[in-house]
Every structure is written in structure tokens, then in C-alpha cells.
Design a protein around this ligand. Structure first.
Ligand SMILES: [Zn+2]
Length: 342
């Protein structure tokens, strides 16, 4: 059950590599990404560390309020200054000063690094040694022109929330599983003690489908109000519950983003069972999710098996059972609307 597919070396996929697949030890990359978005939207392409420190520290301070653990290390001088600012012990100028001094030690150098190697493009350059500042590159501008750009902003925040929630759960050694809440369309974290809303589902899943409909590869949006707003779809429809009540219908394993046409248009999927070609694609998408660290990876492994073979069997069993309930009805598959890129 393996396929080869073309990896699209697009700017948004480089960006997603940074945000989705980095092995984070602190949330600084996310804060930096969000700060760059802000400065770019203000029309700034060359700025000092002081200018960058303002949105950068602001985002970190905001996140610290709801999630005190923003780093896997126990002690951080920088984070302590941000906490002091949150508690009113130092003022705005002081927190900016300390951010310039302590806040960028690694993150500027490490930003483009994923799994120990520089990715194939740069979104900013550090020209401070030659008297400049931080400069957004032409590639960042071009990223800003892409349809997916607005989605990327949301994806960055969604990823940040998933990561910080996972860190928090690691402290209490509670296994947290991520589930879908149909009513609010959010992902929630469930452990033995409580259920908490983590992030909205669309931006958390979009990057792993490269911003395309899972079924037909049409470009989709995660922005509420957009015509191309994706539906959150259950690959196995709810009939699977008749097979085995333990199957996580609302688990990440079964959740994909679909264009409205595929989900509920003419000849749409509705509660039909997708073809085995699409089942293979679901397997690939899930394995892709597993290469991204906590907490989606842990959820998939806990629910569907700790080896690729077990996870494949899991899907096959679910498919066999669901087939019994739909009988000889033809399996569903839409016409492709774009190249097969995942
Ligand atoms: Zn579609």
C-alpha cells in the first residue's frame, strides 16, 4: 500500500516544513513567524530587532498567559522577563530591551532549519553584521501573493496551540488524545482528567493536505466566510459506528478537509464509502501526520497502532466492516481537479 507522488517545492510547502515539521524545544519559531506576518502586512520589509521584538514578545506574552510552558527547558531568562512583564513588574520598554538582548539567541539562525538541514529557500536574511537589519526576502513577498497565505497564518497559530498543549500534558504524564468536536468544529484534547479545546480543526489539518481538498485536490481555504471554505469531513461515515463502537469516528485518523463540492455537491460524497484509492491516500496522509511531532502523532499511534503495518491493518479492517454496511453499492471517488500532490 505505498505510492509515489510528486513533492511540490512550492513556497508554501517550504513554510509548512518549518511550522509543521520542526522538532521544537520552544515556541519561538511560531512567535517569529507571526511577527514576520505582522511586519509584512504593515508593508515593512527591512526592520530592526527592536521593531521585530514588539510583535514577537507580544505573541509570546499572550501565549504565556494561557500556557505557562513555552519551552521544554525548565529555565529561561528570556521567558522570565516576559512573565515579569505579564505580572506588571517590568514595563513595555524594558520587555522590548530584554527581548532584543535575550529573545533571539537561536531562533533567527534556526528558523530555516528543519531536522538539521536548511530548507531550500529563505524567507528572511539577517544583515545586521553589515549594518542592516532583518530583511524579508523576495520569496516572502511571493509567499504573500499565494492563495494559501491567509491559511498559513492560521496554521501557524493552530500548530503553536497543539504543541504547547502537548507540552503541558507531558508534565502531568497524561496521554492526551486529540478529537474532533462536531459542534464547534474544534480539535479538543482529551486525557483522563479533562477535555479542553485546543484549536479549530481546519488550520490544524490543512497543512498536511497542502491546502487542497483531500478527495479532488482543489485548492481550499480555512478562512471562515471564504467561498472555498473547506468542510471537515469524516472519511468513514458514521455508519462505521455500527461495526465497532471503539472505532474513533471523530479521531484525527478519520478527519480530512474536503471542498464543498466533494462533500455535499452534486455527486458529492455524503455518507458514501470512498474508493480504495482514496483509502490509500488516507493511509499516506496519516503517515505524513505521524512524521510531525506531538500531539497528533501520539494520538494516531495510540488509536491505530505503533507500526505502519498495524495502522494499515486498522484501516483495512474498518474498510471491510464499513463495506458490509453499504453492501454492493459502488464506492465513491470524484474526478481530480488538480495534480496528485499528496
Ligand atoms: Zn474536492
Amino acid at each position: 500500500m505505498s505510492r509515489f507522488y510528486e513533492i511540490e517545492p512550492t513556497l508554501e510547502n517550504y513554510w509548512r516544513a518549518i511550522i509543521l515539521f520542526g522538532r521544537n524545544t520552544a515556541s519561538y519559531k511560531f512567535a517569529l513567524a507571526k511577527a514576520l506576518f505582522d511586519l509584512h502586512s504593515m508593508g515593512k520589509s527591512n526592520f530592526s530587532l527592536e521593531e521585530l521584538a514588539e510583535p514577537y514578545s507580544r505573541y509570546l506574552c499572550e501565549h504565556l498567559k494561557s500556557h505557562p510552558k513555552q519551552s521544554t527547558r525548565d529555565k529561561s531568562t528570556f521567558l522570565n522577563y516576559l512573565r515579569s512583564f505579564n505580572s506588571g513588574d517590568i514595563n513595555h520598554d524594558q520587555v522590548i530591551g530584554q527581548t532584543v538582548r535575550h529573545g533571539f539567541n537561536y531562533v533567527l539562525d534556526a528558523f530555516h532549519n528543519v531536522h538539521g538541514a536548511e530548507i531550500g529557500t529563505r524567507f528572511f536574511v539577517d544583515t545586521r553584521k553589515s549594518g542592516g537589519g532583518i530583511e524579508l526576502t523576495r520569496e516572502f513577498d511571493r509567499l504573500g501573493e499565494q492563495f494559501q497565505f491567509k491559511n498559513l497564518k492560521q496554521e501557524t497559530e493552530a500548530r503553536w496551540r497543539l504543541v504547547e498543549t502537548a507540552w503541558e500534558n507531558n508534565i502531568s504524564r497524561n496521554l492526551m488524545l486529540v478529537e474532533y468536536d462536531n459542534q464547534n468544529q474544534n480539535l479538543i484534547g482529551v486525557n483522563s482528567i479533562r477535555r479542553t479545546t485546543v484549536t479549530s480543526a481546519r488550520p490544524a489539518l490543512n497543512g498536511y493536505q497542502k491546502g487542497r481538498c483531500f478527495y479532488c485536490y482543489q485548492e481550499i481555504s480555512t478562512i471562515i466566510g471564504s467561498d472555498a471554505l473547506a468542510d471537515v469531513d469524516h472519511f468513514f461515515p458514521h455508519m462505521l459506528k455500527s461495526c465497532d463502537t471503539n472505532k474513533p469516528i471523530d479521531g484525527v485518523v478519520n478527519l480530512v478537509l474536503a471542498c464543498q463540492e466533494c462533500n455535499r455537491g452534486v455527486d458529492g460524497k455524503f455518507d458514501k464509502l470512498p474508493s480504495t484509492t482514496l483509502l490509500e491516500r488516507l493511509y499516506d496522509r496519516n503517515e505524513y501526520l505521524i512524521t510531525s511531532h506531538h500531539p497528533l502523532r501520539e494520538t494516531l499511534i495510540a488509536q491505530t497502532g505503533n507500526t505502519a503495518t498495524k495502522r494499515q491493518n486498522y484501516l483495512q479492517e474498518a474498510y471491510n466492516c464499513a463495506t458490509l454496511f453499504v453492501g454492493s453499492r459502488k464506492k465513491w471517488e470524484p474526478k481530480p481537479q488538480g495534480a496528485a500532490i499528496f
